[in-house]
Design a protein around this ligand. Structure first.
Ligand SMILES: [Zn+2]
Ligand SMILES: [Zn+2]
Length: 329
């Protein structure tokens, strides 16, 4: 089934973490993590509407400046989600510059700080010299950060000596039209099919009436009849992203439930198992641990990244170790 989004790590596994997810149908993109992003063309970065930051260690947040500079003169709103402290982190970044000549720039930055059960928000408006505006009403947080018509983004807090967030992106089901069945009914392809898909996604009742162009006129159908005869519904894709966590029982449990059944699991694998003590000290995973998480979560594909520079020119060892444990060599 053709997917309606693409995902890729924009840097080499030895460079900063940043996952670009392009939502094809909406000509829009989101980012998981905000490491250096100079490797991506500005036109691609300008499609970004939402950014999800795992934590603000420099290798996960230094890309903020490039994004800020690109978006500055645009009539756009950018949302940044992150762990406790993210509002002050963004504020600190904005305070580092002088904003006396940006008087009429319309850019707005909205920051969402996600704690165990609440989401606190603040806005920074360029016209207002990025003065912090706290939004007084918090919203509740129960695993889901964003729930749109095409996809949902969930998150969990993990332990990296500080809270580090892991994310999943789950696409809603796909709705495809069976062209041969359309012909059988004498129906034409057209805008009404978009409406039909919308009604199905919105969960309209079975006896909801749909008008469809047929011959020179129109025919009325029950939604359920069209669903049964001309529509093919299939499961959407899921990806999960985990970066910078220690291998603790609590983290393992949360990661497995977040990544369960993912089509692609992006997981950090900073060290080799032979350096497990170093991994523990630094609150990172080994390649074998990434492989075990992938296997236990039943994912289809594992992509490891965030390699320590000590393995430069030996990265094959990391891939081999992870894949041997995952069981899909
Ligand atoms: Zn890192
Ligand atoms: Zn880190």
């Amino acid at each position: 089934m053709k997917s309606s989004f693409h995902s890729n790590l924009i840097n080499s596994p030895f460079d900063d973490p940043c996952l670009y997810i392009r939502i094809l149908r909406e000509n829009r993109a989101i980012l998981f993590d905000l490491g250096s992003n100079y490797s991506l063309e500005p036109s691609k970065l300008l499609k970004v509407s939402d950014i999800f930051v795992s934590h603000t260690h420099i290798d996960h947040f230094i890309g903020f400046d490039n994004i800020l500079r690109l978006f500055l003169g645009r009539e756009k709103m950018l949302r940044v989600f992150g762990p406790p402290g993210i509002i002050s982190n963004v504020e600190g970044k904005l305070r580092a510059y002088t904003w006396n000549l940006v008087g009429d720039y319309p850019f707005v930055l909205e920051v969402k700080e996600v704690s165990g059960d609440r989401i606190k928000s603040a806005r920074f408006v360029c016209r207002d010299k990025f003065r912090r505006e706290d939004i007084t009403v918090d919203s509740p947080f129960k695993c889901v950060l964003m729930n749109e018509q095409l996809f949902k983004i969930s998150a969990v807090h993990l332990d990296h000596l500080i809270p580090s967030m892991a994310f999943s992106f789950s696409e809603d089901f796909h709705i495809n039209i069976k062209k041969d069945a359309l012909l059988k009914y004498g129906l034409h392809v057209g805008q009404w099919l978009g409406e039909l898909k919308k009604h199905i996604r919105e969960g309209k009742p079975d006896d909801f009436k749909i008008e469809a162009p047929s011959g020179d006129g129109k025919k009325i159908f029950r939604l359920n009849d069209l669903k049964n005869d001309i529509v093919l519904i299939s499961k959407g894709q899921k990806i999960a992203y985990v970066s910078d966590v220690i291998y603790s029982n609590e983290n393992i449990e949360k990661i497995i439930s977040l990544a369960e059944g993912a089509d692609i699991f992006y997981c950090e694998a900073t060290f080799l198992e032979e350096d497990i003590e170093r991994a523990r000290e630094k609150y990172h995973l080994t390649a074998r641990q990434a492989g075990e998480l992938a296997r236990r979560a039943g994912v289809k594909r594992l992509e490891i990244f965030h390699f320590s520079p000590r393995y430069k020119y030996r990265e094959e060892l990391l891939y081999r170790e992870a894949m041997a444990e995952f069981g899909k060599v």
